[in-house]
Design a protein around this ligand. Structure first.
Ligand code: FAD
Ligand code: SIN
Length: 534
């Protein structure tokens, strides 16, 4: 792993080292040199925190039709059927790839044979979630990261924050061509040019735009904001998924309690132990995520609660400890014993279903620029993502994009000249409080006005405040030397603005977007996708 760099050219530049970026890098490395940039240490990626697993048709009594159908139902009428079918059908091959690359999914002994254990999660009509206990993401990162480190033509450079894409304008006024990115070396406080024949944007999600999130700090929507600034269309950002169960404890920063617990029988209750989910949906705890999160929100508002409770204490303690070792240990460190007591949980922002629009080769509307994983929108998730479909989509699309990008570098056309990073008359930032205050305001206003329940009034208020903050942040950005906090803040305000714009366009309630002013679904007047041209 390298930690220093100046200007560098490679055949492929990958911005992001989670599952999408690493899958792309490993496949593309067969055709040329690859540079992978990560903005923090490699482990800091949403992928590393994934618990439940990766959904794929695996058992003989499951079928592609069934996985497709479950995905379409969760997506509430907005999935792109071709995308769903393509990604679901690629599932088993990509899982085999992960296994060949060294991922060890949990196995159980069935009739004397070792079979992969298949987890159950909300919205799935079959057990089809391959997992490594309850730390699937960490295991995938161990395997893919280890393999990338062994390949001599992959260079992973940590602690480098991509700032802007290098775009060659189209003389005919089209969208232009991407030749890499400017990136900030955090240790050296220096911005360099990373040029490449093909660039893969795999920067993950944007949970940090909300006050409460399951996401790690890296998830500030950098890729979405960079692509939008470069002119790529983005869409459906109103569909931000709130995971129903994040641990509610003052010392537990963003700790997810996997849906797989509900898959194994955990019950949601109010403080006196009364279950409530069946009042909201016949599938109870295993209803689609949007419904469970809204039900929890409604119960908390109805009773004035700070949290609800998740109870798996009726299951055998050995089974709970064996199946959920990570969650068990973590809860225990906060004095909560999963096997003996209900644990306090709240919903938190979890997953960005919309993103940079791509086709099924991972191509964006900008030549030589690809996107995959949480930053991208292929049409798989529609208005709501089915649990464990994101690791699947990221791995499938990383692989598909690499196959396509190989043709983009065939002629090894050299990139045009891009000027040095120009700091202009910028000075050192002395007032950090201006950054931290703006950061806090954005996340709080997004939580309060653009959260699980929205209304026209809330969205209008959010838009007004975001415009004001955007002006302040922009002028501060151009007047000061950039650092990673300032880069993230500028991206975060763009992400907030884009989410509010998409949410304001959708005059209906559907999937993850629920507004008090239009409580019903509207299949006639509301546009299918809330597209924003870059
Ligand atoms: P990430 O894994 O987030 O990787 C992003 C990479 O981009 C990082 O390396 C980061 O450093 C880099 N980066 C970002 N910005 C920049 C920049 N400006 N410059 C340079 N590098 C940058 N999904 C499932 O399917 N199953 C699950 O069980 C599951 N559990 C989850 C549990 C948690 C707690 C969370 C947070 C998510 C979970 N998800 C799950 C969602 C899933 O993990 C993510 O959607 C998926 O891992 C995203 O992968 P990715 O490769 O797109 O991005
Ligand atoms: C979980 O384990 O509950 C997360 C699964 C997901 O986000 O797909």
């Amino acid at each position: 792993m390298a930690n220093d760099s100046s200007d560098l050219h490679s055949d492929f530049l990958v911005i992001g080292g989670g599952i999408a970026g690493l899958m792309f890098a490993l496949k593309a490395s067969a055709a040329g040199s690859v540079t992978v940039l990560t903005k923090a240490e490699s482990a800091e990626a949403n992928t590393n925190y994934a618990q439940g697993g990766i959904a794929s048709v695996w058992s003989v009594d499951d079928s592609f039709d069934s996985h497709v159908n479950d995905t379409l139902i969760a997506g509430a009428g907005l999935c792109d059927r071709t995308a769903v079918e393509t990604i679901v059908r690629d599932g088993p091959a990509v899982v085999r790839d992960l296994i060949e690359l060294g991922t060890e999914f949990t196995r159980v002994s069935e009739h004397g044979e070792q079979e992969y254990d298949l987890g159950q999660e909300g919205g799935h009509s079959h057990r089809r979630v391959l997992h490594a206990h309850d730390f699937t993401g960490r295991e995938i990162m161990r395997a893919l990261g280890g393999e990338a480190a062994r390949r001599s033509n992959i260079r992973v450079i940590e602690n480098h924050v991509a700032v802007n894409l290098l775009i060659q304008p189209d003389p005919r006024g089209g969208r232009g061509t991407c030749w890499g990115a400017y990136a900030l070396n955090k240790a050296a406080a220096k911005v360099s040019r990373f040029t490449a024949g093909a660039t893969m944007l795999a920067t993950g999600g944007a949970g940090k735009v909300y006050l409460y999130t399951t996401n790690p700090d890296i998830a500030s929507g950098d890729g979405l904001a960079m692509a939008y600034r470069a002119g790529a269309p983005v869409a459906n950002l109103e569909f931000f998924q709130f995971h129903p169960t994040c641990l509610y404890h003052p010392a537990a920063k963003s700790f997810l309690i996997s849906e797989a617990l509900r898959g194994e029988g955990a019950i949601l209750t109010i403080p006196d132990g009364t279950p409530f989910m069946k009042r909201y949906h016949p599938d109870g705890e295993l209803a689609p995520r949007d419904i469970v999160a809204r039900a929890i929100d409604a119960e908390m508002k109805r009773l004035g609660l700070d949290c609800v409770y998740l109870d798996i204490s009726h299951r055998d303690s050995d089974f709970v400890r064996r199946r959920f070792p990570n969650i068990y240990e973590r809860c225990l460190s906060f004095g909560l014993d999963l096997t003996k007591q209900p644990i306090p949980v709240v919903p938190a922002a979890h997953y960005m279903c919309g993103g940079v629009v791509t086709d099924l080769r991972g191509r964006t509307s900008i030549k030589r620029l690809y996107a995959a994983g949480e930053v991208a929108m292929t049409g798989l998730h529609g208005a709501n993502r089915l649990a464990s479909n994101s690791l699947l989509e990221a791995a499938v699309m990383g692989r598909r994009a690499a196959a396509d990008a190989v043709s983009a570098i065939e002629n090894r056309t050299p990139p045009p000249e891009f000027r040095d990073w120009d700091a202009g008359s910028a000075v050192r930032s002395e007032e950090r409080v201006l950054i931290s205050q703006a950061w806090d305001e954005i996340r709080r206003l997004m939580w309060n006005y653009v959260g699980i329940i929205r209304s026209d009034l809330r969205l209008q208020r959010a838009a007004r405040r975001i415009n004001l903050l955007k002006e302040e942040i922009d002028s501060y950005y151009w007047a000061h030397f950039i650092d990673s906090d300032l880069i993230e803040l500028r991206n975060l305000i763009t992400v907030a603005e884009l989410i509010v714009r998409c949410a304001s366009m959708r005059k209906e309630s559907r999937g993850l977007h629920y507004t008090l002013d239009y409580p019903d679904r509207d299949d006639v007047q509301t546009p299918r996708d809330t597209l924003i041209e870059g």
